[in-house]
Design a protein around this ligand. Structure first.
Ligand code: ASP
Length: 438
């Protein structure tokens, strides 16, 4: 049995957090591989180390001294080491970094150092070997991860043992350090779990799992106990702040469950994400998994007599959007009328050329653009077995006088989307949460 754990920035923020991590790891001997982020914020207006490193890089580029920022980073890590009574000679490590900064260091190498120092400290604190990301996480020249080579390398190094690994970076074929996108330690953790065929990938953060709705809108939303990978995808696509699909791709590929946990509340089971669950129907209390949404969509509505039966019109319309690189998010249709729902910020720069091309390519009877539309998704794998979900949505919104401008149900019956005016966005989420969850 093996559990791979990843601890995010707030879990790595100070010595007190390191102690919590030690307790978590020691409480379960199968927790053998630990991936860490750079130190994050200790309080609301604190700085994240990675942000400070990007700032150092900007200073270096413009020839401005970054001495004070560099010292903040150095003191932060040396402070954690001293408070935990660790022996590691961080001063020499920082001297090497300083030297490189003076003689030209790539941005990617510089910003990766937060994870590197975090992992050095955590390795000594847990008594686990430090395994640098450059020893196993290999990229192709096009920036994608060479999974086969990386997995084989990590398996060779870790075997049945323990390790602490820095997240967020790896090595290019030419020996240079390359970073993943921001927040990329999640991906490192998922890759390590997949490489080692872990039984579970535990992603430790500062919330007790994914919440059923945005806590800025709903007071104390309930955490989601279980979600399938498809639901996670639906929720994040629809606007929920959860791990990106790319993050879970390596674990999903190997069918490894993902458990999102809270370092500050380790007894909370968090959210378990898996390919599927076998749940007895009778025990189901609440049959939706979560509610997510986004504002600021535009709806382009095209009408043309006879369009419903014509061949090729849909393709011509879609091509116009493709040529203008505007992504289409949803496409509700009627008879002889089609709407394309697109993010306003993507449409605005191309609005006139799109109108122009649609007029010449499609020759519609009318084109109308409506802005300020919000799309809200009610997501749940259990909806497929039930009658009445959409009835409940309409009844709840109708009772509150919220006008539904658009509706759509995904063909997989995993979600129901409603479009409302931007001004009704928050109220719609609250009403739906109360109707289904409270
Ligand atoms: N430290 C990096 C960032 O802030 C990567 C991570 O924490 O996942 O984006």
């Amino acid at each position: 049995m093996l559990k791979v754990l990843k601890f995010g920035g707030t879990s790595m923020a100070d010595a007190a957090q390191y102690r919590k991590i030690q307790d978590i790891v020691r409480s379960d001997p199968t927790r053998r591989v630990v991936v860490v982020s750079a130190a994050g914020k200790r309080y609301a207006d604190d700085n994240k180390i990675t942000d400070l490193l990007y700032l150092c890089d900007a200073h270096l580029r413009y020839g401005v001294s970054c001495e004070s920022i560099y010292n903040m980073i150095r003191e932060r890590y040396c402070g954690i080491r001293d408070e935990l009574g660790l022996k590691i000679d961080l001063e020499s490590e920082f001297d090497v970094l300083r030297e490189k900064m003076e003689h030209g260091i790539s941005r990617e190498e510089l910003v990766s150092r937060g994870e590197y120092f975090s992992a050095l400290l955590m390795a000594e604190f847990l008594g686990f070997p430090f395994v640098d990301a450059t020893q196993w996480l290999f990229f192709h020249y096009d920036g994608t991860v060479d999974q086969e080579k990386s997995y084989a390398a990590l398996r060779g190094i870790v075997g049945d043992g323990c390790a602490v690994i820095p997240g967020f970076y790896g090595l290019m074929p030419d020996g240079k350090i390359r970073t993943l996108t921001r927040g990329g330690s999640d991906i490192t953790g998922a890759l390590a779990a997949a490489a080692l065929d872990a039984d579970v990938y535990e992603n430790w953060t500062d919330v007790s799992g994914i919440l059923m709705a945005d806590p800025r809108i709903v007071d104390n939303p309930r955490p989601i106990e279980r979600a399938t990978y498809s639901e996670l995808r639906q929720l994040s696509y629809s606007g929920a702040q959860v791990l990106h699909e790319m993050t879970v791709f390596p674990v999903r590929e190997k069918n490894i469950p993902l458990n999102i946990r809270n370092t500050n509340d380790p007894s909370h089971p968090g959210t378990l994400v898996s390919e599927e669950f076998h749940e007895p129907r009778s025990k189901e209390q609440c049959f939706i998994t979560g509610i997510a949404g986004k504002r600021d969509f535009s709806v382009v509505t095209i009408s043309k007599k006879g369009m419903a039966g014509a061949v090729g019109t849909l393709r011509s319309i879609v091509e116009v959007f493709e040529n203008n690189t505007v992504p289409i998010c949803y496409t509700p249709t009627g008879i002889d009328v089609l709407s394309l729902v697109v993010p306003t910020e993507k449409l605005t720069p191309h609005q006139y050329s799109i109108m122009d091309e649609l007029r010449s390519e499609v020759r519609p009877d009318s084109i109308k653009i409506t802005d300020n539309m919000a799309i809200i998704a009610v997501v749940g794998r259990k909806m497929a077995f039930r009658a009445g979900t959409s009835g409940k949505i309409f009844a709840a919104l109708g009772a509150k006088n919220i006008n539904i401008r658009m509706i759509s149900q995904g063909p997989d019956e995993l979600n129901i989307l409603v479009g409302v005016d931007d001004k009704d966005y928050a109220e719609t989420i609250r009403v739906l949460y109360d109707a289904f969850v409270k």
